[in-house]
Design a protein around this ligand. Structure first.
Ligand SMILES: Nc1ncnc2c1ncn2[C@@H]1O[C@H](COP(=O)(O)OP(=O)(O)O)[C@@H](O)[C@H]1O
Ligand SMILES: [Mg+2]
Length: 335
């Protein structure tokens, strides 16, 4: 870390990128602190890759400004490049070489001597559980192995800032978990990670702060807790004994919960409702128990009842205005 490391890793003001008359990135203002995984969450086509490429100096902005560790991404592109790495871009793997050969070659290109490059490659292959595959050509690798090798290549020289653009898209659950462990280890060593993802659970698992973007704009930004708080203090899930009473239960809940949206789950017995803090200052738990009492008074039998924090799915639905009982799942909203 250099002097003045209290500065943000990334600051953008009114950042814009247009393709024809399409504003792929449409005026993004963000301050991304150092030393954390920062999640940029958004559906396909939201502008995530375009945003990241401008920060990594691979695309020139059409408007606004961006600084990485205080350096302007256009005027001081070389200084920025010296401190960042982008998975899948700088680290282009040669399919005909083995995993080990790829890493050694890259280490040599980065200026390491032969034995240092070999040593570093072996260390990375072990850390990324690729030792057994080290001497196989990359073209024989599975998607998960390839992704791990790609990330290993991007951190051969430990960058101060690593861009991981959808690192787990298309991976099976096990490979996904391996990549998550790797991301946690990377940030544990002091590298700031900007992670883009379409997966709410991934942002929830890895990121300390999250920006939700849609159509090139930030629609929400904050800690996970803040995002959830903006949607409601809690989320009530309940399952009725009798599915025919669900419309009645929906009415009772809507009345008791200060008009927060009530969602009908795919399961015909189940409802989900967001719970705000009551106008009289009562908390989510009090509101929820009042709602439960009202359901009992209306003779609507409840089999299971739980109160928790809203999930990021619910957060996204609320922020994009699709949460008010439209019945659209987040998978559909993000497809
Ligand atoms: N090179 C390009 N030429 C024209 N349009 C592009 C180009 N790259 C991206 N776009 C458009 O810009 C928008 C944002 O794309 P992108 O940044 O790739 O989104 P994301 O990474 O979130 O899926 C999309 O509508 C996409 O079609
Ligand atoms: Mg993308």
């Amino acid at each position: 870390m250099t002097a003045g490391s209290s500065a943000a890793a990334i600051e953008t003001e009114g950042l814009v990128k247009t393709y024809g008359d399409k504003r792929a990135v449409d005026g993004i203002d963000l301050v991304i602190p150092q030393g954390m995984v920062y999640g940029v969450l958004g559906p396909n086509g939201a502008g995530k890759t375009t945003f990241v490429k401008m920060l990594a100096t691979l695309l020139r902005p059409d408007g606004g400004q961006a600084r990485v560790f205080g350096r302007d991404v256009v005027r001081e592109a070389d200084e920025v490049r010296a401190r960042v790495s982008l998975t899948g871009q700088y680290a282009s793997l040669d399919e005909d070489l083995t995993g080990a050969e790829n890493l050694v070659l890259l280490g040599r290109l980065l200026g390491h001597g032969k034995s240092a490059a070999r040593g570093r490659a072996a260390q990375m292959l072990e850390a990324f559980v690729l030792t057994e595959a080290a001497d196989r050509q990359v073209k024989t690798y599975s998607g998960g192995m390839r992704r791990r090798l790609d990330i290993a290549a991007s951190i051969l020289n430990t960058p101060d800032l690593l861009f991981l653009d959808e690192p787990t898209t298309g991976l099976d659950p096990r490979s996904r978990n391996q990549v998550w462990e790797i991301v946690r280890a990377i940030v544990g060593q002091g590298t700031t990670v900007l992670l883009t993802t379409q997966y709410l659970d991934e942002a929830d698992q890895l990121a300390s702060r999250i920006a939700v973007i849609d159509s090139g704009k930030v629609i929400a930004e904050g800690t996970k807790g803040e995002l959830k708080a903006s949607v409601g203090a809690g989320s009530v899930h309940l399952r009725l004994r009798d599915a025919t009473r669900r419309p009645d239960a929906e009415r009772v809940l809507a009345l008791c919960l200060d008009g927060m949206p009530v969602q009908l789950d795919p399961d015909p017995f189940a409802l989900t409702a967001r719970v705000g803090a009551g106008a009289d200052g009562s908390g989510a738990a009090e509101l929820a128990s009042r709602a439960l009492a009202e359901l009992a008074r209306a003779h609507i039998a409840v089999d299971t009842f739980s109160l928790g924090q809203p999930s990021l799915d619910e957060v996204f639905l609320a922020l994009t205005g699709d949460g008010a009982g439209s019945g659209r799942t987040v998978q559909e909203a993000m497809a």
